[in-house]
Design a protein. Structure first.
Length: 272
């Protein structure tokens, strides 16, 4: 029965005459995805249209057309009271098509558990997705004061966190600069700029790990180590965030060594 339905749908698609030039169609898809990534960063609170325009570099009419279509398809929702746009219910429903944890998540689980117990502060596992980072796991430590700067599912532009800095530092310099330039308009919302981010990337390459003296939350500090895939590309980062007094020079080095040890374990696991 199901096979008949599939064949029927496929036959109907053959009857559709698409007059859109391939290049133009690809551009429209990329623009829609760029808008979705910005909205995803806004989570439940949503994002004003003006902010989407600024972050994407698209014109206001173009962004308006894109979100209008996405709303019709259930991919985006608009809050009638605030006027903000957010990811719609259709997106998590589509995500159910891939219920299994990724290989990285499975491989990182023991390392996150060990490092969290050993360090005592909050640990985050962040992956790269396009020009952004996405938090995919978080472990709370045993120290009485925990820094819960981001939640699982939080998305940030590459470069505004120590995780993003670490991932950029592990890339070829030209590729990293290109991403930083693409994210420049988004940095202002996170109280940073291109020069600062590039400086942090240079420091991370020298140290062997990413660090931000002032984390996403005031009074905090974060350290991140990059995780590479078997082909040598940085795909993720493991991060410790703590109150600044917990990460003085001596302990910073101790924490960095623990993270470096565990990232090597993860890299071996995903490469096997």
């Amino acid at each position: 029965m199901n096979c008949g339905v599939v064949v029927h749908i496929m036959d109907r698609t053959k009857l559709v005459h698409d007059t859109t030039p391939p290049r133009q169609g690809a551009q429209a898809i990329r623009r829609a995805l760029a808008v979705l990534r910005i909205l995803a960063a806004g989570r439940e609170a949503g994002v004003p249209l003006a902010e989407v325009v600024q972050a994407t570099g698209l014109t206001r009419p173009t962004v308006h057309r894109i979100v209008h279509v996405l709303i019709e398809e259930g991919i985006v929702e608009r809050n009638a009271r605030s006027g903000r746009y957010a990811i719609g219910n259709q997106v998590p429903e589509l995500a159910l098509a891939r219920p299994r944890p990724s290989r990285l998540l499975i491989a990182a689980n023991p390392s996150l558990r060990r490092a969290s117990a050993e360090i005592g502060d909050t640990l985050f596992l962040t992956v790269r997705t396009g020009n952004d980072t996405l938090c995919v796991d978080r472990r709370i430590g045993i120290y009485p004061i925990q820094v819960l700067s981001i939640e699982v599912g939080a998305r940030r532009p590459l470069g505004v966190s120590s995780a993003g800095v670490a991932i950029l530092a592990a890339m070829p310099a030209q590729e990293a600069r290109k991403i930083v330039a693409a994210n420049e308009k988004r940095f202002e919302a996170y109280r940073t700029d291109t020069a600062t981010v590039l400086g942090e990337i240079t420091a991370a390459r020298r140290l062997g790990y990413g660090m931000r003296e002032i984390g996403l939350v005031q009074g905090t500090k974060s350290i991140s180590t990059w995780i590479k895939t078997p082909d040598g590309r940085p795909a993720a980062a493991m991060t410790v965030s703590a109150v600044r007094t917990r990460l003085g020079p001596r302990r910073e080095q101790e924490v960095a060594e623990i993270l470096l040890r565990e990232t090597r374990v993860i890299e071996q696991a995903i490469g096997g």
